[in-house]
Design a protein. Structure first.
Length: 303
């Protein structure tokens, strides 16, 4: 039998198990709430599809054949797995004890997301989370696949199947080595002043990479990228080692003495971080609760 047939016959397996346990067609019909004639036809159809007899009928009672005992063993196991799956799904959707798949930019994992989860769990202490970090493109793929319910990302996607709404703006500053000539410009610098510097940037696939490239083009140059990576603190460390400059989110904790973060006067180097979900996917109660919570809380406020 092929797989589609196995899926189609699944409802009849539950009826078969009921008859096998009751050893009586009428009693089984009463137990599962179907007319006896309907149950008899269902069992006959199952036997015809399989090409074997599953029961030996003796008066009002029935007994399993050898083939029937084999099927019962596997059917009970399969139905047990289905029951466990349903319970798990229903548990994940429970408003108080459910599960949420949250995807977010790696740069938000240092402080913003931990703080938000701490505050959310103050009123939803038993909700469970599956957390996914990564670049922008990966976060959107996690949404489309159903692994994630919500994503915190930037830039906001313009895709028909997704709904995106802005939550907050994040300033990026020009990080330079402490002994760099620009480091004395604490009041701010134009990005064009760094046009000849080697840049340390995010890898392609990270939303930040495209954003920084666009700002540099606006400033009149194409950045000469000497190092690429995926972790903001590692990139900041490379700046501190004197290997280049970088446009990075402001350090959550005070920057190391080796790095100076300079405000950029032109262009305006801020990015919008927003909440993204799949348009036509039904949100479970715990996901709805988190979505509402995120809409009414600052995303990037300090601790």
């Amino acid at each position: 039998m092929d797989e589609p047939w196995a899926l189609a016959v699944a409802p009849r397996l539950a009826q078969f198990v009921a008859v096998a346990r009751a050893e009586h067609m009428t009693h089984a019909a009463e137990e599962i709430g179907v007319p006896q004639s309907t149950l008899s036809r269902s069992i006959a159809r199952l036997e015809a599809d399989l090409g074997v007899g599953l029961f030996v009928r003796t008066g009002r009672t029935v007994r399993l054949t050898r083939e029937g005992r084999t099927l019962l063993r596997h059917a009970e196991r399969a139905l047990g797995e289905l029951t466990a799956a349903v319970r798990e799904i229903q548990g994940d959707a429970d408003e108080l004890h459910g599960r949420i798949g949250l995807a977010f930019l790696t740069t938000l994992g240092v402080a913003a997301v931990p703080r938000l989860l701490r505050d959310f769990r103050a009123t939803h202490p038993d909700v469970r989370f599956t957390l996914m970090q990564g670049p922008h493109a990966l976060l959107l793929e996690r949404l489309r696949s159903g692994d994630a319910d919500l994503a915190l990302t930037s830039p906001l996607p313009d895709e028909p199947g997704l709904v995106a709404e802005p939550l907050d703006e994040e300033e990026l500053r020009l990080a330079v080595p402490a002994d760099h000539p620009l480091a004395t410009h604490r009041e701010g610098v134009a990005l064009a002043e760094a046009a000849r510097e080697p840049f340390i940037g995010f890898q392609r696939g990270f939303g930040m990479r495209g954003t920084v490239d666009a700002w540099c083009r606006e400033a009149g140059f194409v950045p000469r990228v000497a190092f690429e990576g995926g972790d903001a603190e590692t990139l900041r460390g490379l700046v501190g080692a004197g290997l280049g400059v970088a446009l990075l989110p402001m350090a959550v904790h005070p920057a190391t003495p080796e790095v100076v973060e300079l405000p950029v006067t032109t262009p305006r180097t801020t990015r919008t971080i927003g909440l993204v979900r799949v348009r036509d996917r039904r949100l479970t109660p715990p996901v709805q609760a988190l979505e509402t919570f995120l809409r009414h809380r600052p995303l990037l406020r300090t601790w």
